[in-house]
Design a protein around this ligand. Structure first.
Ligand code: PEP
Ligand code: MN
Length: 357
């Protein structure tokens, strides 16, 4: 149930409604937008809704009471009509914030590889550095990542470039370490439905980048995001990274329609990952541009100094030249669409992670 308060609702009005909800043992989520204040009620039994609605309307403070039939609440636009803007160090994403490109290698492989890539992607216009330290590989014989050393290298790259860093956390037991270094925690496609990992990641307070499960419906994707928000973390970024279909000419089928669908149903930022979404470097450019036009808030793109030598996902990684060309096209298309492109111009960035040492 969603309670829309009359315009100009005071803090005292919100408090009296909140206590009416909590006195009944139900949970509450308050969203104070610039124009509207919305109070979400979670856990109200269906048979009590009509009576409670009458009580609310009798208060004279309420404009409307809406029943939300979707199984997710906090991530829904009914709950929060204004888009969520997530702040990560100097970068803001979502809503009207500039378009963000996260770029970097699939896996952190060495100091030279990561630092070279970090400087190159920043120079080309990326605003966030990606790099896997804990790699969830399909084969146990494939490179599994540099783990803590990889995290340290990401931190060094952040210090040198000022770019916030995003890296995947694959298990709850790695969270204390990963959240010490990462500005954004990535939950990969294989873990979208690892609900304890979602809850524990949310509890760190770090922004969470949630990738769609490769066989997940959009509703299941939203419910995983709901786990993060229900655990008290409002800084959630979603990412469409391709789903498993009958088609074999691409690694996955990038579901571009998921972008406008998610925009309609949720207030959270939605990104696209054309690298995993296609599995082929030649397809990254068209799908990146298409995702921008489809309304994505940002992109995540794999870039490697020598894709032919990469320890993971070389076939879908762009070299610096191709990434630079793509970024110029993205900048042109952003200008055409009237959307600024996010850029990090300083090196001295105090991120939350830096503060923790
Ligand atoms: C990745 O971003 O490196 C990754 C493994 O992505 P996904 O979980 O989408 O496969
Ligand atoms: Mn990869």
């Amino acid at each position: 149930m969603v309670i829309v308060l009359k315009d100009g609702a005071s803090d005292a009005d919100v408090a009296s409604i909140t206590s009416m909800v909590t006195e009944n043992g139900w949970r509450v989520n308050v969203s104070r937008g610039e124009e509207k204040t919305i109070v979400g009620v979670i856990g109200i039994p269906p048979q009590e809704k009509a009576t409670f609605k009458d009580h609310l309307l009798a208060l004279g403070l309420v404009q409307d009471v809406v029943y939300v039939s979707s199984p997710y609440k906090l991530v829904s636009r009914h709950f929060k009509p204004e888009p969520t803007v997530v702040q990560v160090g100097p970068v803001r994403t979502g809503g009207g914030a500039p378009f963000v490109v996260m770029a970097g290698p699939c896996a952190v492989e060495s100091k030279a590889q990561l630092l070279e890539t970090a400087h190159a992607v920043k120079e080309a216009g990326a605003a966030v550095l990606r790099g896997g330290a804990y790699k969830p590989r399909t084969s146990p014989y494939s490179f599994q990542g540099l783990r803590e050393e990889g995290l340290q290298l990401l931190a060094e790259a952040r210090t040198q470039t000022g770019l916030p860093v995003i890296t995947e956390v694959t298990e709850t037991k790695y969270l204390p370490l990963v959240s010490q270094y990462a500005d954004i925690l990535q939950i990969g496609t294989r873990n979208m439905a690892s609900f304890d990992l979602l809850k524990d990641s949310a509890a760190t307070g770090r922004p969470v980048f949630l990738k769609r499960g490769m066989a997940a419906t959009i509703e299941e994707f939203m419910l995983s995001a709901e786990y993060l928000m229900a655990a008290g973390n409002a800084n959630v970024i979603l990412c469409e990274r391709g789903i498993r279909t009958f088609e074999t000419s691409t690694r996955n089928t990038l579901d571009l329609s998921a972008i406008p669908v998610v925009k309609e149903i949720s207030h959270l930022p939605i990104y696209a990952d054309p690298s995993h979404g296609t599995g082929k470097a030649s397809l990254v450019r068209p799908m990146a541009l298409a995702a921008l036009v489809a309304g994505a808030d940002g992109l995540q793109i794999e870039v490697h100094p020598h894709p032919e030598k990469a320890l993971s996902d070389g076939q879908q990684s762009l070299n610096f030249k191709r990434f630079g060309e793509l970024m110029r096209e993205i900048a042109d298309l952003c200008a055409y669409l009237g959307r600024p492109l996010a850029r990090v111009t300083t090196n001295a960035v105090a991120t939350a992670a830096d503060g923790r040492g």
